[in-house]
Design a binder for this molecule. Structure first.
Ligand SMILES: NC(=O)c1ccc[n+]([C@@H]2O[C@H](COP(=O)([O-])OP(=O)(O)OC[C@H]3O[C@@H](n4cnc5c(N)ncnc54)[C@H](OP(=O)(O)O)[C@@H]3O)[C@@H](O)[C@H]2O)c1
Length: 319
């Protein structure tokens, strides 16, 4: 089978579209023939081995996993002896620990959700990492009807889901993005960050979800209600520790603050994915897909993502 492989950390040039052995599913695994996958911040981090702290998990000197990719959506090809929920022909989506950018992927049954009827695999492929992160942020914030919610970084993979999910919960949403995305984000209010700095404004928010991490915490807290909640969910930071320093100070300051300051920690839970896929099937949430590339062009897709900002999700399709 074909897959996107890499042997060393580095820029997109380290990626190759190569022939490798197909995986054989273990007893608790499902073999999925991929229809689509999408690119996440985590894939770029795994490819570059940055922040370097992540190499403790990815491999100290070279990547332990040689196939990149986390999101998968496709059709069940075969199942292991202990698999009970799926059978060949079923349509499934989920998040794997690497190995996702491949024609065939073997995934634990417990990592997979059924794709509801009517939801295209390309849409399902946008959901496991970015969509579920957005759903978890809305849930962690306990977003309620009528609350004022601000999303910093609203036009990317996570942000486009977050704006929709917060509005679905009944919130009045302010989206922060650049000029070219003002019409893309379907929020109640939009702030173009090239023209105005929301942390210097007079509007106070009940919830701030920060997907960028470009403002000091004190500035964010200035526009957060006295009992409001701030959620940090960004991967940006220094080349060695990434956002870890900022996350530690957020956790420390939260101990002495009436405002709730939280760091969103990634956690796979297919109940979240099931819920999100249901919203998509109902038409309540519509994944925003910027561009589609063939699997073979994964390096081009990541290069584009790194040079330009994505508008929603970038997907790779497998013919
Ligand atoms: N906690 C978790 O489990 C988890 C999981 C997934 C992702 N994340 C994190 O979530 C963040 C976003 O991920 P993503 O996949 O959505 O990334 P993405 O698709 O690359 O989107 C990033 C967005 O940030 C916006 N942006 C850049 N500079 C900005 C600024 N100065 N002010 C406001 N917005 C700005 C860009 O908007 P414009 O194009 O309009 O500039 C872009 O749309 C990443 O840092 C990632 O690490 C966390």
């Amino acid at each position: 089978m074909k897959a996107i492989v890499y042997e060393t950390y580095g820029p997109p040039e380290v990626l190759r579209y190569a022939e490798i052995d197909a995986p054989v599913p273990k007893d608790d695994e499902v073999l999925v023939r991929l229809e689509a996958t999408s690119i996440n911040f985590a894939d770029r981090a795994a490819m570059r081995g940055e922040p370097r702290l992540m190499r403790l998990a990815f491999g100290l000197t070279r990547p332990k996993a040689t196939v990149l990719g986390r999101d998968i959506a496709g059709v069940v090809q075969a199942v292991g002896a202990k698999v009970t929920r799926f059978r060949p022909g079923d349509r499934v989506a989920g998040e794997v620990e690497q190995r996702g950018f491949a024609e065939l992927v073997s995934a634990k049954e417990s990592y997979l959700s059924s794709i509801p009827h009517g939801v295209p695999a390309k849409q399902a492929a946008t959901t496991p990492v970015a969509g579920v992160t957005a759903l978890r942020a809305v849930r962690l914030a306990g977003v309620q009807k009528g609350q004022k919610v601000l999303v910093n970084g609203s036009s990317g993979g996570v942000g486009t889901f977050l704006v929709q999910l917060a509005r679905l919960a009944g919130a009045e949403v302010t989206a922060v993005c650049s000029t070219r995305n003002v019409d893309l984000v379907k929020a109640d209010h939009v702030i173009d960050y090239t023209k105005a700095d929301f942390t210097q404004g007079t509007k106070i928010y009940d919830v701030i979800v920060d997907l960028v991490g470009n403002h000091p915490l004190a500035a964010m807290r200035r526009v957060l209600a006295p009992q409001g909640i701030y959620i940090a969910s960004f991967g940006n930071g220094g080349p060695v520790l990434g956002p870890v320093g900022k996350f530690l100070s957020i956790s420390l300051i939260s101990m002495f603050s009436r405002q709730k300051l939280r760091v969103l920690v990634a956690k796979r839970d297919i109940r979240d994915l099931d819920e999100l896929l249901r919203h998509i099937a109902d038409g309540a949430v519509i994944p925003v897909i910027d561009r589609e590339y063939p699997l073979s062009a994964a390096a081009d897709a990541i290069r584009m993502l790194e040079k330009e900002h994505a508008r929603g999700k970038v997907i790779l399709s497998v013919e």
